[in-house]
Write a protein that binds this ligand. Structure first.
Ligand code: ZN
Length: 422
């Protein structure tokens, strides 16, 4: 476990510690796609077997190249948005689409080339030097949403809703500066002023998403009539689910979701649908602790490192900081405590309810047995569904904490004995 942790610590210590004002940068200039898409996509065809591997909880995103993830992201969009549906406007009816019929996802009249550009531009507008809030995190949320759609959430979605969910999951943190809402409010930053201190970053992510989408080279909806009900629905759901990733409304969302537990689900209820769509992206955003332990551990390290950098910056600026954000993730005791609290009070109540609403998800078993070496003296063999995996990860953190407590107790006792003998 330690080798990769040390590698990252080195990697991130090389990043200039003077925090650039990434948020202002995202507000003022939208970056053009910095990838040459024809090169990215060349020779990267994905067959059904490969797709099944991608749509799996144990696919190691952190160990995969960005170019590959961009191709995978497009494949997920392509797969979900090509089934039967009647387009409101045929591709040929729009001048932008003429001559590119082969390059169009016909069912929704989506321009494939522009969709690839959009995904490339999305990548370019993430701050990929953030330890956590970068394109790889976005891709992990996209995959989780894809898996939810395969396991019951699709009952709530038209094809337009599906497209909105997939796009929003990929862009839900776009432009994230690596500092949370609280930082911008405390700093009285121009971003907080613009959004009146409410869901500051989430508002920025949603606005930036549509600013990138409306650029002619990225506008994969150029075949749609933008005054249409179809576009209105698409935009409404995409904006709503991005705003619902604000942790400030997490507990409200959890209690609303728990309200659905003992009633028959009704996919025709607009209110219920809005709740399920928002909960889907939020559950995906909170899905690290349901992943195989080693992958989860890597994400946990990264997010805590990002917190640590923020707390350091707040100290430097003389701003108040949250004590839980201060420890460096190399402090294993603090890392374990933080994750135990996160699972017990945040993730488990939400995921437990979400998993129970979609039994196929709840009973989603691994197709193979995983053997993990958590530490030098512990090997685990796993065959669990997601909620079981969550419980197992919690137990692993608790075991780790108990081990560290014991070591500390022994050390304290030795120090005490040395003092008494002195
Ligand atoms: Zn996120």
């Amino acid at each position: 476990m330690h080798s990769f942790v040390n590698e990252w610590a080195d990697e991130f210590s090389q990043i200039n510690d003077a925090i650039q004002d990434k948020a202002s940068e995202s507000m003022k200039s939208i970056k053009a796609n910095q990838m040459r898409m024809s090169t990215v996509f060349r020779g990267n065809n994905i067959n059904d077997k490969k797709l099944a591997e991608l749509m799996s909880w144990d696919f190691d995103i952190l160990d995969t190249k960005i170019e590959q993830l961009i191709v995978h992201a497009f494949t997920i969009f392509d797969t979900w948005c090509t089934s039967d549906a009647t387009p409101t406007e045929t591709p040929a009816a729009n001048p932008d689409m003429t001559g590119v019929e082969d390059n169009v996802l016909k069912s929704l009249a989506i321009n494939k080339k522009k969709m690839k550009n959009f995904i490339g531009a999305t990548h370019s507008n993430y701050h990929n030097d953030n330890p956590y809030h970068n394109f790889k995190h976005a891709y992990s949320v996209l995959t989780a949403v894809g898996i939810f759609l395969q396991n019951g959430v699709d009952a709530y979605c038209t094809q337009v809703d599906t497209l909105a969910l997939l796009m929003a999951s990929l862009t839900h943190d776009i432009g994230h500066p690596g500092m949370n809402n609280d930082f911008f409010v405390k700093k009285k930053h121009e971003l907080a002023i613009r959004y009146n201190d409410a869901a500051v970053l989430e508002n920025m992510h949603a606005a930036l998403t549509f600013e990138i989408l409306r650029m002619p080279e990225n506008n994969f909806l150029c075949g749609w009539n933008q005054k249409d009900e179809q576009y209105r629905q698409f935009r409404k759901h995409a904006v709503a689910v991005i705003l619902a990733t604000d942790m400030k409304i997490h507990f409200e969302l959890t209690s609303q979701l728990q309200g659905l537990k003992n009633k028959e689900l009704d996919a025709n209820s607009a209110q219920e649908k809005d709740l399920i769509l928002s909960s889907t992206v939020h559950a995906a955003d909170l899905s690290n602790p349901v992943l195989p332990t080693k992958i989860y551990w890597c994400w946990a390290y990264r997010v805590v490192l990002e917190f640590h950098k923020q707390a350091n910056e707040e100290k430097r600026l003389g701003l108040p900081y949250a004590p839980f954000m201060e420890p460096h993730p190399d402090n294993e005791m603090e890392l374990a405590k933080l994750q135990i609290g996160f699972i017990q009070f945040v993730v488990e109540p939400f995921w437990g309810t979400f998993g129970a609403l979609f039994p196929r998800l709840y009973n989603f078993h691994y197709s193979k047995v995983h053997i993990l070496r958590i530490s030098t003296d512990a090997i685990f063999v796993l065959r669990y569904d997601r909620v079981e995996m969550l419980k197992l990860n919690l137990e692993i953190w608790k075991t780790k904490k108990a081990e560290l407590d014991k070591i500390k107790e022994q050390k304290d006792a030795e120090e005490q004995a040395a003092l008494e003998n002195a």
